[in-house]
Design a protein around this ligand. Structure first.
Ligand SMILES: Nc1nc2c(ncn2[C@@H]2O[C@H](COP(=O)(O)OP(=O)(O)OP(=O)(O)O)[C@@H](O)[C@H]2O)c(=O)[nH]1
Ligand SMILES: [Mg+2]
Length: 295
């Protein structure tokens, strides 16, 4: 490979943190493309998502993870395992917190996970664009970080400096992926995620957390159109009604917004067929989590 030389650096860099602190926003900003879905609701990300950044002298494999918090449900446990799993084989870890209150009570869970890990850990204080975000916390973080960086993933402030700090900590090594690679996700997986994002943006309360999207068919037709058929599994009949909406309006809106994003992603016209079915109490069943690709 062209940029392979003895001083090339490469490594795996997971981004962990509580829900909603801006991990997926940072991943997209670093990679320069939208590879992870983002919403104002906590627990948007349910699985690990890799984003590849290739620089002239380094390749960084960022790994976005589900937000870490203490909750007993099976789905949350699966999400926690996905986040924990990303810490294995990491070369540098980013622990993201948010300004203006970077160290709430919930942060203890994460410090517990990081205890004893010898990999360099960067504390990334995000959202410094918010009111009060420029204030430096009075007490130093109660954890021995390698370094502390302050950024706004949304605006871009400090992101270049963060990238430099990461590269400086990476080991020497060849690139893992071709230089134009952005992610290791399949188009099928990205289709699932895009549909989930629209559900997170357009529905409320427990609905987004009760929807498991399964892409059942993904086919490029001879006329150049891509046919995508996906089932949205909800936990109970009443949620089905809410998701479909009056006269099918809500589901249509989800479908049309998802279709627009999919067409942009695939560079092709998309026929998106969404249907809703009830998989009773799926969030409580191990086999359902497995079947829906969440464990
Ligand atoms: N003001 C401001 N908002 C931000 C910033 N970064 C992210 N956000 C917003 O914070 C919300 C959550 O962002 P996400 O990137 O989905 O957060 P996350 O940590 O991936 O969340 P989970 O996947 O739920 O764990 C979204 O509304 C973002 O637009 C930032 O730097 N400044
Ligand atoms: Mg996320």
């Amino acid at each position: 490979m062209e940029n392979q030389s003895s001083d090339f650096r490469s490594g795996v860099v997971p981004i962990i943190g509580r829900p909603n602190v801006g991990k997926s926003t940072l991943l997209n900003r670093l990679v320069g493309e939208k590879v992870a879905i983002v919403s104002p609701k906590p627990q948007t990300t349910w699985s690990r998502i890799m984003g590849v950044k290739t620089l002239p002298s380094a390749q960084i494999l960022f790994v976005d993870t589900p937000g870490i918090h203490d909750a007993p449900s099976k789905l949350n446990r699966a999400m926690l395992n996905a986040a924990k799993g990303a810490l294995n084989d990491a070369d540098v870890i980013l622990h993201m917190v948010e300004a203006p209150d970077p160290f709430p009570e919930g942060e203890k869970v994460i410090w517990g996970l990081l205890q004893g890990i010898t990999t360099p850990i960067i504390l990334v204080i995000n959202k410094i664009d918010l009111r009060g975000g420029d204030l430096v916390p009075e007490n130093p973080p109660p954890f021995p970080y390698t370094t502390v960086m302050r950024i706004s993933a949304l605006v871009g402030t400090g992101v270049d400096l963060l990238e430099e700090a990461i590269v400086a900590l990476l080991p020497s090594g060849p690139p893992y992926y071709p230089e134009d690679a952005l992610t290791d996700q399949t188009e099928r997986f990205m289709a699932r995620e895009i549909i989930r994002e629209k559900i997170f943006l357009l529905t409320h309360q427990e609905i987004p957390y009760s929807c498991a999207v399964v892409v059942e068919e993904f086919k490029e037709r001879e006329d150049g159109m891509t046919l995508i058929r996906a089932a949205i599994n909800v936990e109970k009949e009443s949620q089905k009604g809410i998701l479909i909406g009056k006269g099918g309006k809500k589901l249509k809106e989800i479908g049309s917004q998802a279709r627009m994003d999919l067409e942009q992603l695939l560079g092709a016209r998309v026929y998106l067929d969404l249907w809703v079915k009830v998989a009773k109490d799926w969030t409580k069943k191990d086999y359902a989590l497995r079947e829906f690709g969440l464990t």
